[in-house]
Design a protein. Structure first.
Length: 134
């Protein structure tokens, strides 16, 4: 599994893969990772059709933006990143831990959050995000 650090040199990745993952996740200040494109209504209130995005900040905060029941909500929670042996690092936010994987395809950047099942019967859950447009 390739770790792609956007804007981080290969030497830096080899020296500290956790730091490289942190920079890929947040950029120098903040990065938005889109799970489902946010679509909102024009007019008063926070009305929406769909959407979910995560804005990871270098300050170790993440803004969770989601459309639920036609209302756009924003919550800010802490995030942490820790090593996972030789495997991909573990990203924890909002009470859950995920294996953090990055990839590039056709010039676009992607992040996958994988939640492992408790046992072999319980399947893993993958959530795929793409880097939001600046």
């Amino acid at each position: 599994i390739a770790l792609v650090a956007l804007g981080v040199g290969i030497a830096a990745q080899a020296q500290d893969p956790l730091a490289a993952a942190r920079v890929t996740l947040t950029g120098p200040v903040e990065r938005e990772w889109v799970f489902k494109q946010i679509q909102v209504f024009m007019g008063p209130g926070n009305l929406c059709l769909q959407g979910e995005a995560l804005r990871f900040r270098a300050t170790k905060k993440v803004v969770i933006e989601s459309c639920a029941n036609g209302q756009m909500t924003n919550r800010t929670v802490d995030w942490t990143l820790r090593p996972n042996g030789v495997l991909d690092p573990i990203l924890t936010y909002d009470g859950a831990g995920y294996e953090l994987l990055f990839s590039d395809k056709d010039g676009k950047h992607y992040m996958r959050l994988r939640k492992r099942g408790v046992d072999q019967i319980d399947p893993a859950e993958d959530r795929g995000f793409r880097l939001g447009e600046p």
